[in-house]
Ligand binder design. Structure first.
Ligand SMILES: [Zn+2]
Ligand SMILES: [Zn+2]
Length: 343
């Protein structure tokens, strides 16, 4: 039984027990329960380095936050990202924020087309684009010179290392990496979630669902209508720690980048080259499998996903890259186009 069906069936059971309770109250309780089961997902739309190959498009990663904030965030937008999106379940209407790691073409050449198509679909919800200095001029020039007028507004945030935003559900910060031009990594921190409400336990002691549940859910001491006082913290489950995701842009190895991934649940890092080619990787300002795995180890991260794979590696070669990284950091996965990872 899927999650929604489970929720509905327990809702149906509830209706039998409390037939006179107002519809909205029931809805509110189950909405609150649903929010305690947040699922985030990373969807890789392009996993190649530099130029597209038959099996890998250039870089773009979607972070699906549909449960948490009904939106999708995009990290980088290489050429033809919109074509990849057409082959996925992602809807441009859900796009809320785009984060660009750096201004190399394989990370931004898909942006004007994607923004334009979103407008063709008549979308009006504004979006925010975060990126290095020059991102606003790049997008605005492409739109202006092609006579493109968007149906929605774009807010541009040209970034500096530090906190980019902080709201009820997430904070995002960034730091500078080492890639010849300004290249950033993003650290996405989900806020901790309060524990689930033990609605059945409350009903057992004769507290019917209603607005009072909100105060109980905050863990406050609450006085009931009959004069009893209950401690809200006895009726809520343990709080859930928010997840931490670190998405690195192209980079060679520098110690400063460790902070970005500190104790992360997932690190996404490039592994353009195989182990043993560290000299070449340094020259081209990229990383090898072993360097990505070493970084993951040092940060205390739980999982590593390697991406941005050079076109020189075919399917077999990519398998080899994964083995190399796993030899140092066993909890490694290798991203292919359309790979999905639940966080
Ligand atoms: Zn690149
Ligand atoms: Zn690059």
């Amino acid at each position: 039984m899927n999650r929604r069906a489970k929720i509905l069936s327990s809702e149906a059971r509830e209706r039998l027990v409390f037939p006179i309770i107002h519809e909205n109250v029931i809805k509110w309780i189950y909405e609150a329960e649903r929010k305690d089961k947040i699922i985030m997902e990373l969807i890789f739309l392009g996993t190649g380095a530099g130029l597209p190959s038959k099996s890998r498009n250039v870089t773009s990663i979607a972070l699906s936050l549909l449960d948490e904030r009904k939106s999708i965030w995009l990290f980088d937008c290489g050429e033809a990202t919109q074509h990849q999106i057409l082959k996925s379940t992602i809807k441009l209407s859900k796009l809320e924020k785009i984060f660009i790691t750096h201004m190399h073409g394989d990370h931004i050449f898909g942006l004007p087309g994607l923004l334009s198509s979103r407008s063709f679909q008549g979308k009006e919800k504004p979006i925010t684009i975060y990126g290095p200095k020059g991102i606003q001029e790049y997008v605005e020039s492409a739109l202006r010179l092609s006579g493109t007028h968007l149906s929605y507004t774009i807010a541009f945030e040209e970034i500096e290392p530090g906190l980019l935003f902080d709201d009820d559900t997430f904070s995002v910060s960034c730091d500078l990496l080492d890639h010849g031009i300004a290249s950033y990594g993003y650290r996405i921190v989900q806020k901790d979630k309060p524990g689930a409400l033990y609605a059945e336990k409350l009903q057992e002691i004769g507290v019917p669902p209603g607005p009072i549940f909100q105060a109980i859910k905050k863990g406050e001491s609450v006085e009931l209508e009959d004069g009893r006082t209950i401690d809200g913290s006895d009726y809520i489950g343990p709080s859930q720690a928010g997840k931490i995701i670190a998405i690195y842009g192209d980079t060679r190895q520098i110690p400063a980048s460790l902070e970005l991934g500190e104790n992360a649940d997932v690190i996404v890092h490039e592994a353009t080259f195989e182990a043993g080619l560290e000299k070449l990787a340094h020259e081209y300002m990229h990383s090898t499998t072993h360097q990505a795995a070493e970084l993951a180890k040092k940060t205390g991260a739980k999982r590593l996903i390697i991406t941005h794979i050079s076109a020189r590696y075919d399917k077999e070669g990519s398998g080899q890259l994964l083995e190399e990284a796993r030899s140092l950091f066993p909890e490694t996965e290798l991203a292919n186009d359309f790979s999905r990872f639940t966080i």
